[in-house]
Design a protein around this ligand. Sequence first.
Ligand code: NAP
Length: 470
Amino acid sequence: MSASNRSLRVAIVGAGPAGIYAADALIKSDPDVSIDLFERLPAPFGLLRYGVAPDHPRIKAIVASLHKLLDKPQVRLLGNVDIGVDLTLDELRRCFDAVIFATGASTDRALALPGADLEGSYGAADFVSWYDGHPDVSRSWPLTASKVAVLGVGNVALDVARILSKNADELLDTEIPPNVYDGLKANRAVEVHVFGRRGPAHAKFTPLELRELDHSPSIDVVVDPRDMVYDEESLALRKTSKQVDLICNTLEDWSAREPAGRAHKLFLHFFESPVEILGFDGRVVGLRTERTSANGTESRCGERVFADWDVQAVYRAIGYRSQPVAGLPFDDSSGVIPNEAGRVIADPVGEAPNRRYAPGLYVTGWIKRGPVGLIGHTKGDAAETIAALMADAGDLPAAQDPRPDAVLELLADKGVPFTDWPGWYRLDAYERDLGAVEGRERVKVVERDVMVAVGRACEPADAGRVTIES
Ligand code: NAP
């Protein structure tokens, strides 16, 4: 059967914003399409559920609009299914005319710094997963350090620094699970030092997120006036970008004031490039930085000037990285699946227009263009990728078994306890009920077996993999 005689069958891998926006764009282009949306975790919404900080309800509210998209009859959610483990790419290709990967970037970019492997040196992504109640990370987090360094001046660095600096009770109106509240309650950090290797005009965070630091009654933000310097390039940047100017103005205001005497100090340092995480007995005991010049580049001052900071933990917030997908090419240097306008490139050597694309395989979101940009930016990715897919629609390699039941049969044969969209409604109601007991909107469930059990309306003991007798 050719795909032109029936509805197009498309698999989307990853039920975060990128995958859901791709489903939306696809339905708008072809209302007859039939989509299966696969998700490794038992619940959908990806980064919104497991990346956005709990005290950012404004961003988390995007879930409401994604809900409406997942309510559409053309989309079927299949959660708790790990593509590459539970289903192979070949199996997907037998059941679908096209496969779109929207697997995002959930791990930390490596930092080649002496001492990066010491105990007390953490990747920001791991910490974010912990405080967001990700089912696959440890339930506890060691928060014994009184002085902490955060490397990088992007929005993730600010999230990490803010969560480390706030009182746990300030997060009691959020969805944080009990283990995270207990962990943060025991947090001993009183000083958090955030380090940018360039100047204020080159900070990557956004003005709203910066100003928010100052709203906590337990955080004194401290900025050194000596860091508020600009060379010609930085000044030009400030002139051309309202956002950069807003950031610099805010930092300058803060650098000119006295600390208000709040319990926790959050220092924002600039022109300090980390060169070594200092250790003793295998544990972090400090951070060494080198002063960089005021021209906003990595070049040093004429004389090399180092500073040692007394910290017992270092969080590396220098950017995320995508993971390769089994069976697909991966560009190790840029950390993305090589593609052109969303079409996966099978033969990166051939130049366009002779470049060979992997027929029927597409990418969207951070796995397509790298881990930068806000959630809304993945809408543009989706539009471009779906336009490519629709242009190819007549030439797609038709699925051998396009029946919607074919995938369910495969999952049943393998004993995969998948969750679905009605199951999310059950989990959603369950978490809201947990929250209602404490006067909160929701309390997140962390344990994977409980998430699956609630979603499948079964007992946790029956929520694991089922062994099928052959
Ligand atoms: P990011 O914005 O790319 O920031 C990474 C930071 O790490 C930069 O300051 C960078 O400095 C620094 N860095 C990189 N390599 C370094 C090294 N070797 N040594 C020292 N510093 C280094 O990444 P992100 O913070 O992970 O954020 C990813 C995306 O998610 C961004 O688009 C962000 O806006 C978005 N996000 C948004 C929110 C929100 O809206 N609330 C929250 C979280 C994340 P250089 O510039 O000098 O390279």
